[in-house]
Design a protein around this ligand. Structure first.
Ligand code: ADP
Ligand code: ZN
Length: 213
């Protein structure tokens, strides 16, 4: 399985990627998570990326492409991977194609999660994430059993600094301009499968599974 999850911020890529990696036992590669870890560790790369992330802008292609090339080349990716949040530009998609063909691998399905803008805003503004295992919650739609704590592991929940309204609006605009054109790119490659991304997490997960198996 070599899968891409495409879709705007808040469309549920991360949530579905977490479920998919458990079911299919292939690693999820999330550029957002990798970048946030670098920011947390205050590495040179992290310091650079933070400036873009805090403004809701994309981190430059050469940085994320470098990260992905290294990650895909690791041993646990030989049987496949799930990409969450990458590629986000045409250049990134072209570099991914090059990287995979150099490794003799081929991309499978590109799942496009469609959610309307109003719902995206509501989801992102109320979102929190477990620091420990990455499970995602929502203030009203999917609240944790104990406030501030993860149902799965008891870990502390936090709100991402870029999940504030101004930055969210910017991220959605960047998605439309830079990332939405990837749908056409993968439609031409006959890899694109669009699906309705609203509904319960479980419902969407079964729709995704139908498409990839
Ligand atoms: P979301 O999909 O909710 O916006 P992510 O965790 O995927 O969240 O990304 C958070 C931020 O990290 C983005 O706004 C961007 O600044 C940066 N980022 C993540 N992936 C990429 C990428 N492939 N290319 C450029 N920047 C990225
Ligand atoms: Zn947790």
């Amino acid at each position: 399985m070599r899968l891409i999850l495409l879709g705007p911020p808040g469309s549920g890529k991360g949530t579905q990627a977490n479920l998919l990696q458990r079911k299919f036992r292939v690693p999820k590669i999330s550029t957002g998570d990798i970048l946030r870890a670098a920011v947390g560790d205050q590495t040179e790369l992290g310091e650079k990326a933070k400036v873009f992330m805090d403004q809701g802008q994309l981190v430059p292609d050469e940085i994320v492409v470098g990260l992905i090339k290294e990650r895909i080349d690791e041993a646990d990716c030989v049987d496949g991977f799930i990409l969450d949040g990458f590629p986000r530009t045409i250049v990134q998609a072209e570099k991914l194609d090059e990287t995979l063909s150099a490794l003799g691998q081929e991309l499978g399905t590109v799942v496009d999660l469609e959610v309307d803008r109003q719902e995206l805003l509501v989801r992102l503004v109320g979102r929190s994430t477990c620091k420990n295992c990455g499970t995602m919650y929502h203030r009203t739609a999917r609240p944790p059993e104990n406030p501030g704590a993860c149902n799965e592991c008891g870990g502390e929940l936090y709100q991402r600094p870029d999940d504030n309204e101004a930055t969210i609006v910017k991220r959605l605009a960047v998605y439309e301009k830079e990332t939405a054109p990837l749908k056409e790119f993968y439609r031409k490659q006959k890899k694109l499968k669009s699906l309705n991304g609203s509904g319960s997490v479980e419902e969407i997960f079964s729709r995704v599974c139908e498409m990839v198996s």
